[in-house]
Design a protein around this ligand. Structure first.
Ligand SMILES: [Zn+2]
Length: 277
């Protein structure tokens, strides 16, 4: 069992990787259950920028971070733009974006840190959350890979940045690829296919899956491959293998929402913090 859901005392669910050392880090992926937001954000929407009531999002955020032992004012969260910027944070950034979207770390899709008790939090609805845990150097990273970030290789770049900043050895880093849209549901069109071929000239054949005259992109494998390319060890990479579009009663899913002809949905969050220096 590499990825599992655990029910908390305050009636939330935490998605967890069993390979991550609980004595060194705190981590969880949220679900959409147990919050106060009304449809279409029902109910544990954790994003401030999607049109939900701010007061409801703050109640949800408080409940989620408290269930992990933190205060809402502890978290650091970026304004995610499907780019490839990776930003190192320390105690000076504590609270950035915690209650106001405008105070988020600007235009950033991955955060890294070696500061203890500083929870990194990113938001998702189908895009791929990628967790990095460097036990040896006591450093962590959290990245957001939609198709754009995945094809820009933000996961590989985050690992290399952790090597630059903390001395992280790619082959020793523990990595978790959390629930996100799977190749079962992620149909893509011509421009994404072309970009995928350009980003993965040797491997695009295994990433672009043809089915029923359509083409589906395997974002999970695309992230694994780029991590292997920069020296990660496959045995240290856990892929949750859970599709947010198939499991949209558990998770917010942008694609599932649009299939229902709705235009707005909430966001789940991934949270990661070091316990000690
Ligand atoms: Zn699916």
């Amino acid at each position: 069992m590499s990825y599992f859901l655990k029910r908390t005392e305050n009636n939330l669910w935490h998605g967890k990787f069993s390979s991550f050392p609980e004595d060194l880090i705190v981590h969880a992926v949220s679900t959409r259950l147990g919050g106060v937001s009304r449809p279409p954000f029902d109910s544990l929407n954790l994003a401030l920028h999607v049109g939900d009531e701010r007061t409801d999002v703050l109640v949800n955020r408080k409940k989620f971070v408290q269930s992990l032992g933190f205060k809402i004012s502890d978290i650091v969260t970026p304004n995610q733009i499907h780019g490839e910027k990776i930003f190192r944070v320390d105690k000076n950034y504590r609270g950035c974006g915690c209650e106001n979207y405008a105070d988020s770390i600007p235009e950033t899709d991955a955060l890294i840190t070696d500061t203890p008790n500083l929870p990194l939090m990113l938001c998702f609805a189908d895009c791929v959350p990628i967790f990095f845990v460097d036990v040896e150097n006591r450093a962590i990273g959290l990245a957001h890979g939609g198709w754009k970030g995945t094809l820009k290789k933000i996961a590989a770049k985050t690992l290399l940045k952790m090597n630059d900043e903390f001395g992280t050895r790619p082959e020793n880093c523990l990595i978790g690829i959390a629930p996100s849209i799977g190749a079962c549901c992620y149909e893509v069109g011509g421009s994404v296919v072309e970009k995928c071929r350009a980003s993965f000239p040797k491997n695009f054949g295994e990433l672009l899956i043809k089915r029923d005259g359509k083409i589906f992109l395997d974002l999970w494998r695309a992230n694994v491959l780029q991590l292997l390319e920069v020296g990660a060890d496959e045995k240290n990479i856990d892929v949750a293998g859970e599709c947010t579009c198939c499991e949209n009663s558990w998770y917010f899913s942008y694609r599932a929402t649009h299939k229902k002809n709705l235009d707005r949905t909430g966001r789940i969050a991934a949270l990661l913090a070091l316990k000690f220096a």
